[in-house]
Ligand binder design. Structure first.
Ligand code: SF4
Length: 274
């Protein structure tokens, strides 16, 4: 693992995401190393062009402590391009340092944390002091074997559900982020059953394949699941098949989730608010 400290001019940056005005990514890179991670494109812009995603980490440092007054009424997401509780956070505590700033401020900011990691439980003392916070735990599947293949260093699905339980029992609003849904693999109904008792909301996002990781994901399906290769590839090589597949999947989800609080983010848009 190539680990560096890098100087960052600021730590809060403007976001183009639908549900976040600003984002905080205390690290560049993510050693959970998920095969489908769209944040891999960061490698080109941060001097890590030929390094494998998951094998390098930059720890941001030297930025001024953020002045939260100018973010009054805004939403800030921790973890749009890294997991803020990736394994390095245990030692470097960059996320914890920043959460302290929010916990000690009276400014009304909506804080959201998206993670796969049980390490978030370490910061319960701070999370319970931030009034407008919620934590999303992302899961693609309940199948631990498949999860190990697609998210090689991330905690198991069961560990993530246990984390949701602990946060929920501590009074922290939690949502399950069922993402990415892999066609023919992600047992999202089982994820709903496993998480709904701890989740205030369930969000769904489909697998999008773009850039360098498209080939990597298709290679994994070909090598490990050749019987699914044809159907899987069709979805990611033909636009109409892609659209029809996910529109149908969205309809199935809407029917299944009727009466429950949920959101669907397919095609990188929100299709329907609950
Ligand atoms: S945990 Fe998130 S940021 Fe990290 S590699 Fe996986 S998808 Fe990317």
């Amino acid at each position: 693992m190539n680990i560096n400290q890098v100087k960052a001019a600021s730590i809060i940056t403007k976001s183009k995401l639908p549900d976040a005005d600003y984002v905080i990514n205390p690290y560049i890179g993510c050693n959970h190393g998920c095969v489908y991670c769209y944040a891999e494109f960061m490698s080109r812009f941060t001097g890590h062009g030929n390094e494998k995603w998951g094998d390098y980490m930059d720890i941001k440092d030297g930025y001024p402590i953020p002045r939260l007054e100018k973010f009054n009424g805004k939403s800030i997401l921790f973890g749009s391009a890294t997991d803020p509780y990736n394994p390095l956070e245990k030692k470097y505590q960059k996320t914890r340092e920043l959460l302290k700033v929010f916990a000690e401020s009276r400014v009304k900011v909506r804080v959201e944390i998206l993670t796969k990691s049980a390490l978030v439980k370490r910061d319960l003392d701070l999370l319970t002091r931030i009034p407008n916070i919620r934590v999303g735990i992302s899961l693609s599947t309940m199948n631990a074997e498949f999860a190990r293949i697609i998210e090689r260093h991330a905690p198991s699905p069961q560990e993530r559900i246990d984390t949701m339980r602990v946060l929920h029992e501590a009074g922290i609003p939690v949502y399950a982020f069922i993402s990415p849904i892999f066609p023919f693999f992600s047992d999202w109904k089982a994820v709903v059953s496993g998480t709904e008792k701890y989740a205030d909301e369930i969000c769904f996002e489909n697998l999008n394949l773009r850039g360098g990781y498209k080939k990597r994901v298709l290679d994994i399906i070909r090598d490990k699941y050749p019987e699914k290769q044809g159907d899987f590839e069709r979805i990611y090589t033909d636009k109409k098949t892609f659209h029809d597949f996910w529109q149908n999947e969205a309809n199935v989800i809407k029917k299944y989730m009727k009466g429950k609080k949920y959101k669907i983010y397919f095609f990188h848009e929100e299709i329907k608010k609950a």
